[in-house]
Design a protein around this ligand. Structure first.
Ligand SMILES: NC(=O)c1ccc[n+]([C@@H]2O[C@H](COP(=O)([O-])OP(=O)(O)OC[C@H]3O[C@@H](n4cnc5c(N)ncnc54)[C@H](OP(=O)(O)O)[C@@H]3O)[C@@H](O)[C@H]2O)c1
Length: 280
């Protein structure tokens, strides 16, 4: 099966390309230098010449605080870019897979969100991703929206950042009242491969099982690694977030998907495996 992965140099895209390669898909890896999602011509020329059966769009403007200051740029990539990709998919006859986020929710539900919960984003990033979801649904007959959450995988994520600071002897202040589902990009990529293989359509949540606060994630990381930095739990009001964060955007799956073998292990186990790959 020929699969194009857009945003292949990113945290998720990197894992996904490796997994698809291992499973012998005909993978076309598209980095930002190969395709500009915000330019409909670039998208049409590239996807039109490849004619993939599946396009997985992992490209995004993901810096939540910068999106708040740059809404035009955020919507250009996350919403219009998603639309241009979906339009090209429709012309070529491909399944359009759009990677979305837990940040489409407002975090006020009081428990984890399932696929049929109603989105209500509270920041520009979430709004731009929700707009992307809505645009692809009307632009392409075959679509799959996969919502993921707080990814760790390649370098540059929260786990790596706190480890780096702790090793430098920096004390850490981490928010303890914002909850999410930490998700290993490798686990999410493996599950996504199964969805693609079965040509699943619709909306799907892929996150490691369980939820925690950012402080709890930091604490568990140091416990596994065996570091004891100065780690203070703080309230989100005392952290200089520029964009508001949903209080609890943790994700769960609807029961009707249980026939698919895409249950992700608990986040603590996934974190242990991830940290092991870094020390070996
Ligand atoms: N990271 C998370 O915690 C998280 C949580 C939930 C959902 N998600 C979603 O998961 C997906 C993947 O996230 P990620 O963390 O892997 O993102 P990432 O590491 O920031 O990677 C995004 C990729 O998109 C590329 N890109 C950016 N703008 C582009 C454009 N205009 N045209 C073409 N390519 C462009 C980037 O290339 P350059 O860097 O070269 O510009 C990069 O390779 C995104 O849809 C994101 O919304 C992420």
């Amino acid at each position: 099966m020929r699969v194009a992965v857009i945003g292949s140099s990113g945290q998720l895209g990197g894992h996904l390309v490796r997994i698809l390669d291992d499973k012998k898909y005909d993978v076309i890896s598209l980095q930002h230098a190969d395709i500009e999602c915000g330019d409909p011509e670039s998208v049409q020329v590239v996807l039109g010449s490849i004619e993939p059966e599946v396009v997985i769009n992992c490209a995004a403007f993901t810096d939540v605080d910068t999106c708040q200051n740059q809404p035009a740029e955020a919507f250009c990539v996350n919403a219009l870019g998603a639309l241009y990709v979906a339009q090209a998919c429709a012309r070529v006859g491909s399944l359009c897979v759009y990677i979305s986020t837990d940040f489409v929710f407002d975090g006020e539900k009081g428990e984890s969100y399932a696929e049929d919960d109603y989105p209500n984003p509270i920041n520009v990033y979430g709004a731009s991703k929700h707009a992307g979801e809505m645009l692809i649904r009307q632009a392409c007959p075959q679509w799959l929206i996969v919502r993921m959450a707080s990814l760790f995988g390649k370098t540059g994520n929260f786990v790596d950042m706190i480890l780096r600071k702790a090793r430098m002897g920096t004390s850490l202040r981490v928010v303890d009242d914002v909850y999410m589902s930490p998700t290993y990009a490798y686990d999410a990529s493996r599950a996504l491969e199964q969805l693609i293989r079965q040509r699943t359509t619709g909306i799907f949540h892929l996150a490691n099982a369980g939820r925690c606060s950012w402080y709890e994630l930091a604490k568990k990381t140091f416990e596994i690694i065996g570091l004891s930095p100065v780690l203070e739990s703080i309230h989100s009001h005392d952290y200089p977030y520029h964009a508001r964060r949903p209080k609890d955007s943790s994700l769960r799956r609807r029961a009707r998907h249980d026939g698919l073998d895409t249950c992700l292990r608990p986040w603590q186990q996934a974190l242990e495996v991830y940290l092991d790959t870094k020390t070996n």
